[in-house]
Design a protein around this ligand. Structure first.
Ligand code: SF4
Ligand code: SF4
Ligand code: FES
Length: 243
C-alpha cells in the first residue's frame, strides 16, 4: 500500500511500513544515524536521526529510523531546532565514546569537538570503551547471522554488551558482521597467526585452509554454515578455480 507525504516540502511516495529515514535517504535527503541499519529492526537508541514531523497540525521532534511513514505527514530533516538537538545528543555520545573516530567526525559536523560531559566512571563504563550501547551488533548477530551470540547484560551504568555474563560468547563464529556494522569501530576484528580474532568479545578461532594452504575462514564458522545450509563435507577444501 502506497503512502504519500512531504519531506522538506517535496512530495514523496513510500510503501506502508517503511521508515522515514529510509524514504528520506532514497529521495536524497541526508539524515545522520549511528544505530540504524536497514537490514535489521530499528531500535531508536542513539537519537541522532531526529527530524521534525507535523501530524494533524502538531509538530514534534522524533527519531526517524523507527517512525513509520504515514499519509499526509510533513517531515523536515534539518532546521535550527533539529541541529541544536542533534548537537546535544552527539555531545552526550561523544562523552561515552571520546576516541571513536566516526563519532568525532559526525559530532564535528555539528560543531561539537569536545564534550562538556564526562564518561560515567563505573568499571563497566570504562570497559565499554567507545561502545555507545546502540545494540546494532546484537541485532545483526541475532537477525542476520542468526547465531545469537550477543546480548545486553546488566542495568543502568553497569549495562554492557557481549556474551552471556559478559564472557567470551561460545557460539560466536567470528564472522565479523558485528564489527562491520559497529558505528564506533570499537569491536576490533583481525586475522593473524592462523587465527580469526574478534577482540571485544575475546573470541579467537583457528582458520581452515584450502588445499594451497590459504586461510579461508574459521573452521567453526564453516562448520556452522555447512550445518545450516546442508552443504557437502568437502565444500571448502578445494581452492577457487580447481573444481
Ligand atoms: S559494540 Fe558497537 S555495535 Fe555493539 S552496541 Fe557497542 S557501539 Fe553498538
Ligand atoms: S563475529 Fe560473532 S558476535 Fe559478531 S556477528 Fe559474527 S557470530 Fe555474532
Ligand atoms: S539512528 Fe535513529 S535512533 Fe539511532
Amino acid at each position: 500500500m502506497t503512502v504519500q507525504f512531504t519531506i522538506n516540502g517535496v512530495k514523496v511516495e513510500a510503501q506502508k511500513g517503511e521508515s522515514v529515514i529510509e524514504v528520506a535517504r532514497r529521495y536524497g535527503f541526508e539524515i545522520p544515524s549511528l544505530c540504524h541499519h536497514q537490514a535489521v529492526t530499528p531500535y531508536g537508541a542513539c537519537r541522532v536521526c531526529l527530524v521534525e514531523i507535523v501530524k494533524g497540525g502538531r509538530k514534534k521532534l522524533t527519531t526517524s529510523c523507527n517512525y513509520e511513514v504515514l499519509d499526509g505527514i510533513e517531515v523536515v530533516t534539518d532546521s535550527e531546532a533539529i541541529h541544536k538537538h542533534r548537537a546535544m545528543v552527539l555531545e552526550l555520545i561523544l562523552a561515552e565514546a571520546p576516541d571513536a573516530e566516526p563519532v568525532k567526525k559526525l559530532a564535528a559536523q555539528y560543531g561539537v569537538n569536545v564534550s562538556r560531559f564526562e564518561r560515567s566512571d563505573t568499571e563497566m563504563a570504562q570497559e565499554r570503551h567507545d561502545c555507545i550501547m546502540c545494540g546494532l551488533c546484537v541485532r545483526v548477530c541475532t537477525e542476520i547471522v542468526e547465531v545469537n551470540a550477543l546480548a545486553f547484560n546488566g542495568r543502568g551504568y553497569n549495562r554492557g554488551v557481549g556474551g552471556p555474563y559478559l564472557e567470551a560468547p561460545q557460539s560466536c563464529i567470528a564472522c565479523g558482521a558485528c564489527a562491520w556494522v559497529c558505528p564506533t569501530d570499537c569491536i576490533g576484528f583481525v586475522e593473524e597467526d592462523g587465527m580469526r580474532k574478534v577482540l571485544k568479545w575475546d573470541r579467537e578461532l583457528p582458520m581452515e585452509k584450502d588445499e594451497n594452504g590459504r586461510p579461508i575462514a574459521p573452521k567453526f564458522q564453516l562448520h556452522y554454515f555447512k550445518e545450516k545450509f546442508g552443504l557437502p563435507a568437502d565444500i571448502y577444501k578445494k581452492a577457487p578455480g580447481s573444481r
